[in-house]
Design a protein around this ligand. Structure first.
Ligand code: N01
Length: 530
């Protein structure tokens, strides 16, 4: 059977893959998308756990490439729930007739670059082969599930669910004794829902997290009208902020404020809710004593929200606030006031074992009927290194990244010609509003493909020096301030055996976008076209 051939093959039909498909079609290039799931949506296709919701406000977490689309779509809530975001992705697929160019239920297993023909040979799990001139991994930053290394995990006889691989049908927790392992965003969102349904819930917490209330509500239709009337201005303003979010940032130091001014700044952000909490002062992530004040403010809120003082103390994080991505919660702390929930601290003494009947910790067996694993992702690199990608001279990406990744702009790697990554390591990605950042990456890649096509180039490849310089710059920025002082998935610390390297770019959206523009203006500086 001869292989199919396309100018461009995109892996992943999440928001990145969908928009790239739309853009590449307009270049008049043949294109195919390979998608592991049975429909579009990426993150929002897989993460169907109860309570899954975006931590960026709906009016900002949406595409802006098509004004009719952003004008016609109505988000029902301030923060969108997973089913609504999936509906949106499906609407976009219908509106632009995307599905006809997507192979669903096709997982890419390997990709090999042939230097002579300058063609990538992509092999799926079922051995189906697709050839491509250009190949784009649009596989997401938080998409490769991380399973905990706990002895006996497979021996549990009841149902086991990973939050990132949640079943499509509703999971019924009623009259069940449930254990949740993990207290990151996924757990913090799902725990209130599970506790409301289950007979009993045991939460195994290794490290408490800081959660800021979402204050979610129905969409304010007047605000929606106002934003839609000035959408372009709002989107442009968002691009001037470090996180690409239309949120007011105070650049001033907390040390210049009186205690009352500090409290009211934090209280204002607390009442507004969500990820913008750390925008109260400019030095919260730079100076430990500034960070301590913000952290204590949130701890005091936890103490107010949780009735039992010991449970409240156990839920209070002691690490740097903001060094892990903040969580955005709805009733998380109040859930610990219920009488059917128990918090088990496994910080000092890890879970000993999972048995056929439950979870063993502190010498005691917690018997449960259902296990929920909320242990996150092999972030930023996992989706790339889990595919056997071989570039020039059979160079293996996974092997090259054994001691940590390196990329040029989070977009491309030396020795891997014609391969692009969307929001790869070394891009602002997870430090920004992902959807607009995805659009910027896709636009950049599409323009680059158009350039290669119009100039008749067969290959484009990041130059070794450009990659090295960019990666060194990313590491330098990563080491400024307090971000790396806590174990987190930003530094790969959540996956056992993963190299500890700061993965995203922390220079902010304006500097990053400017760099990408400059690269193009300077004749694709740092890229070699042949
Ligand atoms: O994963 P996490 P997540 N024994 O890695 C614990 C995005 N997201 O899926 O901190 C016991 O944050 C681990 O403990 P520790 C968002 O960017 C977005 O919750 O490593 N516990 C931690 O508590 C987020 O940051 C939304 O000590 C173990 C938890 O598991 C990112 O995805 C919603 C353990 C993992 O937390 C990841 O979130 C959800 C063990 N052996 C997620 N191993 C939105 O709102 C791990 N843990 C868009």
């Amino acid at each position: 059977m001869s292989a199919r051939e396309y100018d461009v093959v995109i892996v992943g039909a999440g928001f990145a893959g969908m928009y790239l498909l739309y853009r590449v079609r307009r270049l008049g290039m043949s294109v195919r998308v390979l998608e592991q799931g049975s429909d579009v949506g990426g993150t929002w296709y897989w993460n169907r756990y109860p309570g899954a919701r975006c931590d960026v406000e709906s009016m900002q977490y949406s595409y802006q490439f098509d004004d009719d689309l952003q004008q016609e779509w109505h988000w029902p809530e301030r923060y969108s729930a997973q089913p609504d975001i999936l509906k949106y992705a499906q609407h976009v697929a219908d509106r632009f007739d995307l599905r006809k160019d997507i192979d669903f239920e096709m997982r890419l297993a390997s990709a090999r670059f042939d230097e002579e023909s300058a063609i990538w040979t992509l092999k799926a799990d079922d051995d189906k082969v697709t050839n491509a001139r250009f190949f784009v991994m649009a596989t997401g930053c938080l998409s490769a599930p991380n399973w905990p290394k706990i002895e006996g995990l497979k021996s549990f006889t009841g149902p086991t669910y990973h939050t990132a691989l949640w079943p499509h049908e509703k999971v019924d927790f009623s009259s069940q004794r449930v254990a949740v392992i993990g207290t990151g965003s996924s757990a913090i969102q799902s725990i209130p829902h599970i506790a409301r349904e289950a007979a009993h819930l045991t939460v195994f917490q290794r490290t408490p997290n800081y959660a800021i209330p979402a204050h979610n509500r129905d969409m304010d239709t007047e605000l929606e009208k106002e934003i839609k009337a000035h959408y372009t201005t709002m989107r442009a303003r968002a691009k001037t902020t470090p996180g690409g979010l239309d949120v007011a940032y105070n650049q001033g130091s907390i040390h210049d404020a009186t205690p009352d001014e500090r409290d009211s700044a934090f209280e204002r952000n607390w009442q507004r809710g969500g990820l913008g909490f750390m925008s109260a002062f400019g030095d919260l992530m730079m100076d430990q004593s500034a960070n301590d004040i913000a952290a204590e403010f949130v701890r005091n809120k936890i103490r107010e929200r949780v009735k039992d003082p010991q449970t409240a103390e156990n839920l209070c994080p002691r690490n740097v606030i903001g060094a892990k991505r903040l969580c955005v919660d709805i009733d998380y702390y109040e859930t610990f006031n219920r009488d059917n929930i128990e918090l088990v601290d496994v910080g000092a003494e890890p879970i000993e074992q999972i048995t056929s009947e439950g979870v063993r910790a502190h010498g005691r067996l917690y018997e449960v009927d259902t296990l929920v694993i909320a242990t996150g992702f092999d972030a930023m690199t996992g989706a790339l290194t889990r595919v056997d990608i071989r570039g020039r001279d059979d160079a293996s990406l996974a092997e090259r990244w054994k001691d940590g990744p390196s990329t040029y702009l989070g977009l491309a790697m030396h020795e891997f010609p014609n391969l692009f990554t969307v929001t790869g390591p070394g891009s602002p990605s997870v430090f920004s509003n992902m959807l607009p950042t995805i659009e910027q990456h896709v636009d950049w890649i599409a323009d680059c493909l158009g350039h290669a096509k119009s100039q008749g180039y067969a290959t484009v490849e990041a130059e070794a020096d450009a990659e090295q310089d960019w990666w060194a710059h990313c590491q330098e920025l990563g080491n400024i301030g307090l971000k790396t002082m806590t174990d987190s998935w930003y530094v790969g610390a959540n996956v056992s055996g993963k190299a500890r390297v700061f993965l995203p770019y922390f220079g902010g959206i304006p500097a990053y976008f400017k760099k990408c523009e400059d690269v193009v203006e300077n004749g694709y500086e740092g890229f070699a076209f042949r």
